[in-house]
Write a protein that binds this ligand. Sequence first.
Ligand code: UT7
Length: 415
Amino acid sequence: MFSAFYELSHYNQASLFVGACLRDQANASATSTIGCDDALACKKREPDLKRMDMGCTLTGSGKALPQLAVTNDDLAKIVDTSDEWIVERTGIHERHIAVEETSTDLAALAGKRAMDAAGLQPDEVDLLICMTITPDSVVPSEACLVKARLGLERAVAFDLNAACAGCVYGMEVAASMMEASALSRLGASSPLRISQGNAIKHALVIGVDRLSRITDWTDRTTCVLFGDGAGAVVLSWDDEAPGILSSFLENTDDPTLALACDQLRDLSTFPFADISQDDVCQIMAASLDEALPELERPRRASISMQGQKIFKWASKAMADAVMKACERADVPLDEVSLIVPHQANERIIRFSAKKLKFPVERMQISIGSVGNTSASSVLMALADAYAEGRIEGGDKVVLVGFGGGLTLGSLLFVA
Ligand code: UT7
């Protein structure tokens, strides 16, 4: 159970610019001395910390876990594994598995907790993004289901699939939409041609996954890793608060499908030819086979992973992404108070800390009681960090996620 109020901040280069221009606009109307009519004057203005007083702030955070906790010893009863192996290789002691809870149940609960923490009413939410690879249905999207459940009447809602990096991608999309909305308020004062879109002041961003539904429970190399859960944040535009200083997104091809999950559907009623369901699956996967002709891969709706390959890539990628976010914000790494990484393997987190020469005590490690929960992982760990009092106003915090695709993303914000 977790619910708290967080006064967080969110700001990037675009909002820095927006902040400078919007503030100048306010000054112009007040004093008629400084205006933003001259685009270059605005553009050339150097970033100044004192000016970073407007942005997309994080005002609430929450998480939700299914009731059932499954220990390593429980798993050792169904596959050839042991508590010792799992703890030593991953840092995981137990994970929560949704038996009766749906993705919508978990997402709505985490979202409600984040909204309560932010003091936000349902009719104030303008945008809902759900990051997930395990929605309850493809259409309506998970976000549409959660919007209906929470009564977010005004919100536009859609899903986003960036696998385990979903948290960073979702927050970046929400922040960009809010910044565009703020820029559009500049109207004629903006040096840019900004399209007029929805006004977005409050966004609910939820990561939810029930990996238990796409786990092969006979495969010990994957089933000991995954868990279910949801994490959420509320982002609100604030005219007087700093926020995200930088972000970094990167996609790397995964030509050997080191991390994959096919989507099988029941095609037994396929009406156009007298062929088997297997044949139809093969045909539907033809584009992938054409791209990867040599690849033998299992056709199944469960996660397959070449663990060591992902481990090697992730350990370096995570450190690189953290550095990119710091460089883009011009913030030295030692000024970062806390890194909240994707909880895939405690060894990856420790390895990255070592590579970064960053004290591991300043890495949030939450994997022990939840395992790898994919899109919810970073947001659940962030909720833990706040609940544990590890983030204070003014702290610089980096979120970093990586996963299937391959997807990679980091985001640096001032709390
Ligand atoms: O969120 C998406 C990103 N995912 C990740 O970042 C996961 C990255 N990969 C990893 O975290 C690790 O590679 C694993 C935890 C998946 C595996 O750890 P590892 O240290 O790389 O083990 P391994 O694959 O090298 O396997 C070592 C041995 C093998 O036995 P042999 O061939 O040496 O006899 C495996 O068969 O451990 C065996 N093994 C197990 N033994 C007991 C694999 N899984 C298990 C198990 N219990 N659950």
